[in-house]
Write a new protein. Structure first.
Length: 160
């Protein structure tokens, strides 16, 4: 599986269907949520950030079910793997089998460096796989300094 240093190819395949750019962050750890918010501010990303605490809540937000208001289809989903109720891979399997969400741009954000998790994510066509702690300034093997997240945001036209 290509690392984030090799995301240039993935960027060219992305589907930009969202009417207004937005991000859905699916994360159960408050510190990780705050880290993402800080990095987005650091890169001047001023778009709606929807937060779900587990896969079930994210699915309800996307579909407008379970008492949740439906959110617009996000430009990017940042998805943790290890969460209660429904983990990230379970949610990703559902999204990839649903014609409304099959083309969502999903980045896995996880502490797991298990090869089995990476392979499963690759099989489910993720756009990238980020090992926490999150830092959008250096990606890929060998510590490349290419600011891949900034490039990603530029391509999605999320930056001011």
């Amino acid at each position: 599986m290509p690392t984030l240093g090799g995301l240039y190819y993935a960027f060219s395949l992305m589907n930009l269907e969202a009417e207004q750019p937005s991000i859905l962050l699916v994360e159960d750890d408050q510190m990780d949520i705050m880290n993402v918010q800080r990095e987005l501010r650091k890169h001047n990303v001023n778009v709606p950030l929807h937060i779900a605490r587990n896969g079930r809540e994210a699915l309800n937000m996307l579909r407008g079910e379970g008492g949740q208001d439906q959110i617009p289809k996000p430009s990017v989903v940042m998805l943790d793997l290890n969460m209660p109720r429904m983990n990230g891979l379970e949610l990703l399997e559902i999204l990839r089998s649903d014609h409304d969400f099959v083309g969502l741009n999903v980045f896995i954000t996880t502490t797991s460096d298990l090869e089995t998790d990476r392979l499963k994510a690759q099989d489910l066509a993720v756009s990238g796989y980020i090992i926490k702690p999150l830092s959008f300034d250096s990606f890929g093997e060998g510590g490349t300094t290419v600011d891949g997240f900034s490039l990603f945001l530029d391509l999605l036209r999320l930056k001011d």
